[in-house]
Design a protein around this ligand. Structure first.
Ligand SMILES: Nc1ncnc2c1ncn2[C@@H]1O[C@H](COP(=O)(O)OP(=O)(O)OP(=O)(O)O)[C@@H](O)[C@H]1O
Ligand SMILES: [Mg+2]
Length: 417
């Protein structure tokens, strides 16, 4: 789930920070004693007419769209959280694969029924609980093909779990940065970008706007056909209402993805998400992480490093992912870089709306445009470029193995003061 932003790189920083500037109340530990946390409510339709109304924990947990699971049910569904059912690990906890009966949603035999992903919160405090509840609130109400489906939750004693539809291809992060899966093609990268853009656009254009606040490669999950779905709504926030231009919040998110003005001022708008989208689009083009501490100097920060190349047609190849082996249409790559550049505008107002981003990305996909379908093999002369050589060799050495590796240190950070 989400993180606070800042200098420390500790994995559990999120769980020990203050909540929106106020002091942390003691952790709520039992579902039968709901806390006083109130979270804005959203209709499952983007055309909701009323303004957000805070909902109590009891109201959120009684949503008809999500099933309350007993801990034992999820224990059985995941074969006692067996290590070989482990799908991944994040700051929130571990994610396990499990099976439930399609109709009754009761635990079923491994291999039969509906495949699920069960996220088990590390029992570490109020912030974790708060994010868990925010996730149930939003994903329990919002339904869209590009948002991951929340099937249910468990709140029993200190245990907090979330039950999602299983996404067979895992996260975009795994495909871009981990050794193991086949590198994803240019066409798939554009498809993923479009899917993720649609998810964000749905949130932004809803009558009761939602700002996602944690848009990054690890929160973009992929189904069997590489349809992208956003997960992790723990940091999501209601957008500004009435005459307000922004919402003021404690700075939360992930270093390297968060918009500079948000980090500097705590003023949050949908355009902060658009900036993060620009970073992910750049990750898709370059195959590099937003922040990579294994690199030196300016190369540690993807945006700082890539920016000078993005607006230059002739030099763009220098930042393109070497794993694409030149198999991308140059025109479309430059167009995608231009979109990313606009999303990364320092001035938030100059960033496009996600709806416009979708239109532009779809043009790159349309068969008639002749751009996306025309495979252009870029000369691999760039291999002669010392920068590129350095890049590929460092990447190979630094890529951690799939699944069993701990969360990369750079992703877990505490708040900016
Ligand atoms: N619904 C799902 N289906 C399949 N795999 C999933 C699902 N949800 C999560 N995963 C896997 O579990 C991993 C960990 O997810 P998690 O959301 O806990 O952490 P994260 O996104 O990597 O980090 P953060 O805590 O910052 O969000 C993902 O990268 C993905 O590989
Ligand atoms: Mg995540």
């Amino acid at each position: 789930m989400g993180n606070c932003l800042g200098s420390s790189a500790r994995v559990d920083a999120t769980l020990s920070t203050t909540y929106e500037g106020s002091k942390c109340p003691s952790k709520t530990s039992n579902s039968s004693h709901p806390s006083n946390i109130s979270i804005p409510s959203y209709s499952n339709k983007s055309s909701a007419e009323s303004l957000p109304t805070p909902r109590s924990e009891a109201e959120i947990l009684s949503s008809p769209n999500v099933k309350p699971f007993a801990f034992n049910e999820l224990k059985n569904a995941t074969r006692n959280f067996r290590p070989d059912s482990l799908l991944g690990e994040g700051g929130f906890g571990y994610v396990f694969k499990g099976w439930i009966d399609e109709n009754t949603l009761a635990a079923s035999k491994p291999g039969s029924g509906l495949v699920i992903a069960v996220k088990k919160l590390k029992p570490e405090g109020f912030q974790g609980h708060k994010e868990w509840l925010t996730e149930v609130n939003y994903l329990g109400q919002l339904r869209h093909p590009n948002l991951v489906k929340l099937i249910g939750y468990c709140s029993e004693g200190d245990n907090r779990l979330l039950v999602y539809e299983f996404m067979p291809k895992g996260s975009l992060e795994n495909h871009l940065f981990r050794r193991g899966p086949q590198p994803i093609s240019w066409a798939i990268r554009i498809k993923v970008a479009i899917g993720a853009a649609k998810g964000l656009s749905f949130l932004h254009e809803a009558e009761e706007q939602v700002i996602y606040r944690d848009f990054k490669a690890s929160n973009i999950l992929l189904d069997g056909e590489f349809n992208a779905k956003l997960s992790d709504f723990g940091l999501a926030k209601a957008g500004p209402t009435g005459d307000r231009t922004h919402v003021s919040t404690q700075v939360m998110g992930t270093q390297g993805y968060a918009a500079p003005e948000y980090v500097a001022t705590g003023r949050l708008t949908a355009k902060s998400d658009v900036y993060s989208f620009g970073v992910v689009l750049l990750e898709l083009l370059s195959g590099r992480r937003a922040v990579d501490k294994t690199k030196v100097g300016v190369e540690q920060n993807l945006v700082d490093w890539a920016l000078p190349y993005m607006g230059d047609k002739r030099r763009l190849f220098r930042i393109m992912d070497i794993k694409l082996e030149g198999q991308y249409p140059q025109k479309a790559a430059f167009a995608a870089a231009t979109i990313a550049l606009q999303c990364l505008s320092h001035e938030a107002k100059l960033r496009p709306r996600m709806a416009d981003v979708i239109d532009k990305l779809e043009e790159l996909q349309a068969p008639k445009s002749g751009i996306a379908n025309r495979k252009v093999v870029v000369q691999i002369e760039n291999q002669a470029d010392p920068t590129v050589k350095h890049r590929s060799s460092v990447n190979a050495a630094a890529t951690p193995p799939l699944v069993s590796s701990p969360v990369p240190a750079h992703r877990r950070i505490s708040r900016v003061r």
